[in-house]
Every structure is written in structure tokens, then in C-alpha cells.
Design a protein around this ligand. Structure first.
Ligand code: F6P
Length: 360
């Protein structure tokens, strides 16, 4: 059997991709296998095929480095998601070309590191006959079948630090500060950072909000002598009866890009409360930079486990975290439906018990 495996990173980047690559290359090398890295996600499998051997020594000092040394794309010839996350069939000729190029390289298997979109592509490639395993990546934390995805903790740490910084300026100026965070159609980043950073209002896609309720919280704080308010808004938050605010329209070949709801909320809160309100859009700062120690450890565990799955020939499976262990789950169990913040779960209940408003 071949003593080479392939690896690629797909979709939006996030902290920890290099830590996974490092763990895979090292764990493979310990088994005597060589690792080939494909450039720019699944695109690297298509003509012109772009790949290179990942040297064991190159992995030194990579654990804490952000981004991905392999590059990635979240749109291209493999688009498996469009509109508001609807699954699309990738053209057969694209899948076939990728499969043939994969076979020419005589690889034992492919490790696909990605989120919902990339794992949806991986599943279609697997069904076409490419032996592969998945590693769950996304700052959005919206994949089913794993307790957490890597990158999420780093994004939350970034958003929490932003709230710490916004608090002091909000307090100095007696202002309302609105922080817009990412997360697509799930409010995990907003909810976790909102609680960790002491937010007063957290608006998430799972709980459509009313401006009356958001402003009531601002007034309540005024009455308590607190003349500033921190509002955390997930990019997928929407008003009751309203629609998502998009920065880039959905196309037949790509998903809608969310963004802009923070500005709408900030404008409306200022108009309704008369309080000076400022907006901060955290944007790609959440995706850049190195991983937290939690993510470094998680990525390392995921990478090592992925190589083990290849050794066991458990193709079509993805590594997942089921504390205290990493486990293998079918890729089909992780995709197709996004994991959202449960309304009766501990996170929402904790926030409510503290008096944090969800604007409902
Ligand atoms: O899925 C990760 C994510 O950062 C989302 O939170 C966000 O909506 C999207 O990607 C942004 O994508 P892009 O990098 O194309 O702007």
C-alpha cells in the first residue's frame, strides 16, 4: 500500500490550520509516510494540479502561526453551497478530474481540513471514490457531530479582547458600543464572547430581536447609573419579522456573505435612545493570527487522530471532539444541517440569569 497521504485546507481560513498540518505531517512521518500538501484547497486537485511535499523539518515553529501554508479558497470550481447554505451537486467532470489527479499521485488517502462547505465537497468526492477523512474547522462552530470545531476558541478570544477594549472607551464616553462579530447563521461567537466579555445585549440569529427590547436594556442601565452599554451583534442576527443583512448577494455559485447588521442596529439604537452610539466591526481579525493554547491542543489531537483514521482505513469519517476524547463520526453526520445555539441550553440560560438581554 502507498506510503503517501495528501492534505488540503478548504474554505475560510482560521487559526489552527497550520497546527493541524503540522500534526498530520509529524504523525504520518512517524509511521513512515510522506505527506503531500495541495495548494488552495480542492482547487489544487484540478488542472493545473498544485501540490508539494511537506517536509518534516518545515513543520518546526508552525504550531502557533495563523493562516495556512497551503492556501485556501472559499469559492471556485468546487462550489458545494449557494444562497443561504443550500447544498449543490458539484459537476461530475470536476469530481472526476480531481479523482484522476488524486489517483495519479498514488496516495493512500486525503485529509480534508474544512468546515461545512469543504466537508460537503469532501463527501461528494468520497462518494466518487476518493478515500478521505475530514478534520472539522471553522470559527463559526456550526458543525454537527462535534462538540467544538477548531478555530472557534481563538475567534472567541479575539472578540472577548475587543469587548474588554470597547468597555473602557464606552465607559469613558458614556456611549453605546456595538460590536459586530462573525458566525454566519449561528450565534456561537457572539454568545460565548458576549458572556466572556461582559456584554449587556447579545443578538444572535437563533433569537430574532426587537428594538424596543434592545433599547429597554440601555434605559434600564441608565436608571441603574450605568451610562454605557455593550451590544454584541452576530452577523446573522435579524429583527423579528426581518431578513438577514447581507454584504454580498447570494449567487447561483456562492453563498450570501453576511455583514452590516451592526450598522443598522447602531443607527437604530442611537435614534431611539438618543445615546451616542458607535460601531466596531471585528471582521477578519477574528480569523487572523495564531491559535489559542486550547486550539493548538485541539488541532494537534485532531491531526494525530486523522492519521490514525487513515491507518484504520475509516474513510468517509471525520474526527470530532466528544470529551474527554477525540472520536470518529461519519462526515454525513456533521454536514447538511448547521448546529445552532440551543435556546434551552446552558449558554443562553447562563446569560439570561445574569440579566443579559437577547433583545427578545
Ligand atoms: O465561515 C467563516 C466566516 O468567517 C464567517 O463567519 C463569515 O460569514 C465568512 O466566513 C466570511 O467570509 P469571507 O472571508 O469570504 O469574507
Amino acid at each position: 500500500m502507498s506510503e503517501r497521504i495528501g492534505i488540503l485546507t478548504g474554505g475560510g481560513d482560521c487559526p489552527g490550520l497550520n497546527a493541524v498540518i503540522r500534526a498530520v505531517v509529524k504523525a504520518a512521518a512517524k509511521r513512515g509516510w510522506e505527506t503531500i500538501g495541495f495548494h488552495n484547497g480542492f482547487e489544487g486537485l484540478l488542472e493545473p494540479v498544485r501540490h508539494r511535499r511537506l517536509d518534516y523539518k518545515e513543520m518546526d515553529a508552525l504550531l502557533h502561526v495563523g493562516g495556512t501554508i497551503l492556501g485556501t479558497v472559499n469559492q471556485g470550481r468546487f462550489a458545494a453551497k449557494a444562497g443561504h447554505g443550500e447544498v449543490k451537486r458539484i459537476p461530475v467532470e470536476i469530481l472526476e478530474q480531481a479523482k484522476q489527479n488524486f489517483e495519479k499521485l498514488d496516495l493512500r488517502a486525503l485529509v480534508c481540513v474544512g468546515g461545512d462547505g469543504s466537508l460537503t465537497i469532501a463527501q461528494q468526492l468520497f462518494e466518487r471514490g476518493v478515500p478521505l477523512v475530514g478534520v472539522p474547522k471553522t470559527i463559526d462552530n456550526d458543525l454537527e457531530a462535534t462538540v467544538i470545531t477548531f478555530g472557534f476558541d481563538s475567534a472567541v478570544a479575539c472578540a472577548t479582547e475587543a469587548l474588554d477594549r470597547l468597555r473602557t472607551t464606552a465607559q469613558s464616553h458614556n456611549r453605546v458600543m456595538v460590536l459586530e462579530v462573525m458566525g454566519r447563521y449561528a450565534g456561537w461567537i457572539a454568545a460565548h464572547a458576549g458572556i466572556s466579555g461582559g456584554g449587556d445585549v447579545i443578538l444572535i440569529p437563533e433569537i430574532p430581536f426587537r428594538y424596543e427590547s434592545v433599547c429597554a436594556k440601555v434605559h434600564e442601565r441608565e436608571r441603574e447609573g450605568k451610562h454605557f452599554t455593550l451590544v454584541v451583534v452576530a452577523e446573522g442576527a435579524r429583527e423579528q419579522g426581518g431578513d438577514y443583512v447581507v454584504a454580498g448577494e447570494a449567487k447561483a455559485t456562492r453563498e450570501a456573505r453576511l455583514g452590516g447588521v451592526g450598522a443598522v442596529v447602531a443607527g437604530e439604537v442611537q435614534k431611539r435612545t438618543g445615546k451616542e452610539t458607535r460601531l466596531c466591526v471585528l471582521g477578519h481579525l477574528q480569523r487572523g493570527g495564531g491559535p489559542t493554547s486550547f486550539d493548538r491542543l485541539l488541532c494537534t489531537r485532531f491531526g494525530v487522530r486523522a492519521v490514525q483514521l487513515v491507518a484504520e482505513e475509516r474513510y468517509g469519517y471525520m474526527v470530532a471532539l466528544k470529551p474527554p476524547d477525540t472520536v470518529a463520526v461519519k462526515i454525513t453526520d456533521a454536514i447538511g444541517r448547521i448546529r445552532t445555539v440551543p435556546l434551552d441550553g446552558d449558554i443562553v440560560q447562563t446569560a439570561r440569569a445574569l440579566g443579559i438581554s437577547f433583545g427578545d
